[in-house]
Design a protein around this ligand. Structure first.
Ligand code: ADP
Ligand code: MG
Length: 339
């Protein structure tokens, strides 16, 4: 008899969790992305002790069908794609079907979800990947995910967690960015009872910028807009007077997803050219929309990096649009400032 065995699901999920759930902020990211995908207009995030004690994400989205809840926690279970061709036109934030089983494998998780506006839902409890309860529950429409004791059964991972303040910093950074990406959703972030962020969900991105960076920063922003047959771009850039010591104030959003893009950041900085002092960076919130086929998001489990199929063209568009915004305010001489 050979020595090779297929691992049981619980163990396989714990291994996958090592990739998907790096730290509390990864849990927040995955739960919030699910809430966004569910069409929520309000998402509340409540954190205790940097997320190490508990993480709760409550949304008013579509909810999960009672019969589907346990399935949602199985590996590679997703309602978002169904065929290989879907991989080339991903319109949702999730699609890998890995987040919930991974999170549930390394925590004590309770979910209450309801699809009915009448308030009849389902409550499922999973501890270390094993379902311990699945029962009817009263619930408003939407989904409530409570994740406690993250990494309680993976001591090696727990040991790598940093201070509460550091973990909270990662969470707060992510929530700020997803709120900037979705001004139409009302977000709240609460830590140990203190409200750290509140956005109104009115669709006004400047309100979110004010909530994240302060109202004086919001007043110093210039609008950016551009459109080509392939791309739609809009957002805000700071006037060259308001700069920061690093790139953390640069948020690029592609099809509703906050991504890290060296190429886009570089295009933006190049557009400012000599207007930026050396080693200073602008505050930027830039949203790009494009057909999903122009984009590969299946690069890394965290989906923070993407590949653009026409990278050079996109870079040029971004640089030109940022230049045009600066020119219209006469920071750069050009046709518009002659008027
Ligand atoms: P993915 O997001 O890649 O599909 P997940 O493991 O994150 O995988 O979630 C599995 C499925 O559970 C989703 O496809 C979705 O159908 C359902 N789901 C998860 N969270 C929510 C939510 N907050 N509201 C509605 N459905 C949800
Ligand atoms: Mg997901």
């Amino acid at each position: 008899m050979g020595k090779i065995r297929v691992l049981d699901d619980q163990l396989a999920n714990q291994i996958a969790a090592g990739e998907v759930v790096e730290r509390p902020s990864s849990v927040v990211k995955e739960l919030v992305e699910n809430a966004v995908d569910a069409g929520s207009t309000a998402i509340d995030i409540v954190i205790e002790e940097g997320g190490l004690a508990s993480i709760r994400v409550t949304d008013n989205g579509s909810g999960i069908e009672a019969d589907d809840i346990e399935t949602a926690f199985q590996r590679h279970a997703t309602s978002k794609i169904s065929s290989a061709s879907d991989l080339f036109r991903i319109a949702s934030l999730g699609f890998r079907g890995e987040a919930l089983p991974s999170i549930a494998a390394v925590s004590r998780l309770t979910t209450v979800s309801s699809q009915e506006s009448t308030g009849l839902g389902r409550r499922v409890v999973i501890e270390g990947g094993a379902v311990t309860a699945n029962e009817p529950a009263n619930a408003p429409q939407g989904t409530d995910m409570l994740v406690k004791d993250l990494f309680y059964n993976t001591p090696a991972r727990l040991k790598y967690m940093k201070s509460i303040q550091t973990e909270l910093g990662h969470i707060s950074d992510y929530v700020n960015r997803i709120a900037l990406a979705h001004p139409g959703i009302a977000f709240t972030l609460t830590h140990n009872g203190n409200t750290l962020l509140r956005t109104l969900g009115t669709g006004d991105r400047l309100q979110v910028i004010a909530a994240v960076y302060g109202s004086s920063a919001a007043k110093s922003m210039l609008p950016v807009e551009a459109e080509t047959p392939d791309y739609e771009m809009r957002g805000y850039i700071s006037k060259p007077e308001m700069t920061r010591a690093n790139r953390n104030g640069m948020t690029t959003i592609v099809n509703g997803r906050y991504i890290r893009s060296f190429v886009l950041n570089q295009a933006i900085v190049q557009a400012y050219h000599t207007l930026l002092p050396i080693n200073r960076f602008p505050l930027v919130v830039l949203e790009l929309g494009m057909h999903p086929s122009l984009l590969d998001v299946n690069v890394h489990p965290s989906k923070m990096e993407v590949r653009f199929s026409k990278e050079a063209e996109l870079k040029e568009l971004v640089e030109q649009a940022v230049r045009a915004a600066l020119r219209s305010e006469r920071y750069i001489p050009g046709p518009e400032s002659a008027a």
